[in-house]
Design a protein around this ligand. Structure first.
Ligand code: ADP
Ligand code: MG
Length: 568
């Protein structure tokens, strides 16, 4: 062992370290995610290097990550048998901020703080740059790194207390790969959660953030049999704590339905199997995979204002956030699953997601894919589709108001109660196919229930003429149908509104009738002047003598009620 040499950190590094020590992250647990992700990268790199150069003298038979905890010494050590680093690499990668982006980050951060824009600006900046290895100093007051590059004999020891300097020293031997020991800050007696020597706490963080890391992450087994009297305690047993089941990275042909169902249940906390599984693999300038599920059942809070989205965001298999509402529009909030991106920074923030053009393009793509899958159900699996629509039709129709670009696609997969069939709903496509000679509108009536609508006097003439009417019973129907220009070139027409020409009655005959009833009409208009705009003859009724209709542009009674319910 040679003498340890002391070096000064670059100015930017020092500034970054200061930020870490004063903990700009609100969530300290993230340090483990960063270190595991570095270890995983190092294992990937070794495998690749070995693949490209099979003369490289390394053992790749048991590549893994290990976490050791020592409550007495208050240390957490994370080691990998990956690529490791040479001395120069340690100086360049760990001692400096190799990534010029990080220097820029520190500069912008200082600026934002000077202008006292507060927490928000800081969080946003953190989301834009990676801070990686240095996040160890959020929880440690000293960090020791020992590493040996694969294929090299000499090892290196690096240590720092996160202040101005670090030391470097050559070691004669060390296992291949990297081992990082965090000398943890004193435990806060007030805050039990802060104890990173607690194996349960650490396991929980590992499974939360790093469950889908491909390499095994091993920790000492929790249940150790107590040794017999006078016997040596057995060597600690290690077990793999991550499931490693990133199903979306495996070829579809190799994944079973049971595995999908298991993953779905874990991320959705649902007892049932998913109704439908959707896989998406995008290659190109943007790379990401998605594994999405349509549930069988709606959750109870789907319509409450605090309803959560069901999609989790991962970056390279590392968990980044739950409830990633930027990835799908609100009307698809019932979709559960995982989106794994290869292009985002690990610590990307919500603020960044909201502005990011890549995210916008992902959302468009994912939305199309979900709608396409519903369309597939409607076309090929009518039973599943019916189940789906019973649970989620009402939510999906919110899209008719929110997402104009996909309006046609949503209409295409929507279905409605209809006078054509007392049992089954109809698609608009089927309605249009059944339209009568000369019919150019899609007729509908809104109301509280099928029965209420069918008993309406407005329906009489349509029934007599056997014209099909859609029975729209969801409150939301009233709202979207109002602003919907058409479907397949056919306008929507409420049977409760305005003038309806069901007949080409002779002009003459009509004039004659008008003449005949003019006395009565004038008298009624006079009596009802407070209550109605106009009294006119109608050809919409067959058995009822009279009915009240709205003007083309007036709100219908249901709509009036809906507005009232919304407090307007
Ligand atoms: P990033 O991972 O974004 O590059 P980090 O600060 O997390 O930034 O890590 C800096 C660099 O240090 C890594 O790119 C890698 O080259 C090196 N490094 C960190 N941890 C390890 C490790 N366990 N094994 C090998 N190299 C590592
Ligand atoms: Mg990193």
């Amino acid at each position: 062992t040679t003498q340890a040499e002391s070096y000064e950190f670059q100015v930017e590094t020092r500034q970054l370290l200061q930020l870490m020590i004063n903990s700009i992250y609100s969530d300290k647990d993230l340090f483990l995610r960063e270190l595991i992700s570095n270890a995983s990268d190092a294992l990937d790199k070794l495998r690749l290097e070995r693949f490209n150069d099979d003369t490289l003298d390394v053992d790749t038979s048991d590549l893994h990550i290990r976490i050791d905890l020592d409550a007495t010494e208050r240390t957490l050590t994370i080691s990998d048998n990956g690529i490791g680093m040479s001395r120069d690499e340690v100086v360049n990668l760990i001692g400096k901020i190799a990534n010029s982006g990080t220097a820029e980050f520190v500069r912008q951060l200082k600026e934002a703080q000077k202008e006292a824009e507060g927490e928000g600006a800081t969080e946003e900046l953190i989301g834009r740059f990676g801070v990686g290895f240095y996040s160890s100093f959020m929880v440690a007051d000293r960090v020791t790194l020992i590493t040996r590059r694969a294929g090299q004999a000499e090892a290196t020891r690096w240590e720092s207390a996160g202040e101005a300097t670090y030391t470097i020293e050559a070691l004669e031997e060390a296992p291949q790969g990297t081992s990082i020991t965090l000398h943890l800050k004193p435990a806060d007696p007030e805050d039990r959660l802060f104890d990173y020597t607690d194996p349960r706490k650490v396991r929980e963080i590992v499974t939360r953030y790093s469950d889908f890391i491909t390499w095994p992450i091993r920790m000492e087994a929790l249940q150790v049999p107590t040794p017999e009297e006078g016997e040596e305690p057995p060597a600690p047993e290690f077990e793999t704590v991550n499931s490693r089941k990133a199903l979306w990275t495996r070829p579809a042909s190799e994944v079973t339905d049971e595995e999908y169902a298991e993953l779905y249940k874990r991320i959705s906390h649902d007892w049932n199997d998913p109704l439908e599984t959707i896989r998406l693999n995008i290659e190109g300038t943007l790379q990401y995979q998605a594994l999405l599920f349509l549930p069988e059942r709606a959750t109870a809070n789907l319509f409450s204002p605090d309803a959560k989205h069901g999609v989790q965001l991962y970056v390279n298999r590392v968990f980044v956030m739950d409830d990633a509402e930027e990835l799908l529009p609100p009307y698809l909030r019932f979709v559960k699953g995982v989106v794994d991106s290869q292009d985002l920074a690990l610590n990307v923030s919500r603020e960044i997601l909201q502005q990011d053009r890549q995210i916008e393009s992902m959302r468009k793509r994912l939305t199309k894919r979900v709608l396409q899958s519903v369309k597939g159900l409607a076309a090929n699996e009518p039973e599943k589709y019916t189940k789906f629509w019973d649970e989620f039709g009402r939510v999906l129709k919110e899209g008719l108001l929110q997402d104009f670009a996909n309006r046609d696609a949503i209409l295409e997969v929507s279905s409605f109660l209809t006078t054509h069939d007392p049992e089954k709903r109809t698609s608009l496509r089927d309605y249009v196919e059944r339209m009568q000679e000369g019919q150019d509108k899609i007729y509908f009536l809104t109301g509280d229930s099928r029965q209420a609508i069918e008993n309406s006097p407005y329906m009489e003439a349509f029934r007599a003429k056997e014209l099909e009417v859609l029975l729209l019973t969801d409150p939301i129907d009233e709202v979207w149908v109002d602003g919907m220009p058409e479907f397949d070139g056919k306008q929507f027409q409420s049977v409760a509104k305005g003038e309806i020409d069901l007949d080409e009655k002779e002009e003459a005959e009509r004039e004659e009738q008008k003449e005949q009833f003019s006395g009565l009409l004038t008298w009624m208009s006079g009596v009802l002047t407070e209550d109605v705009k106009e009294v006119r003859l109608s050809n919409r009724l067959t058995t009822s003598p009279a009915c009240v209709v709205s003007d083309e542009n007036d709100a219908t009674p249901t709509l009036v009620n809906l507005y009232r319910a919304m407090g307007q």
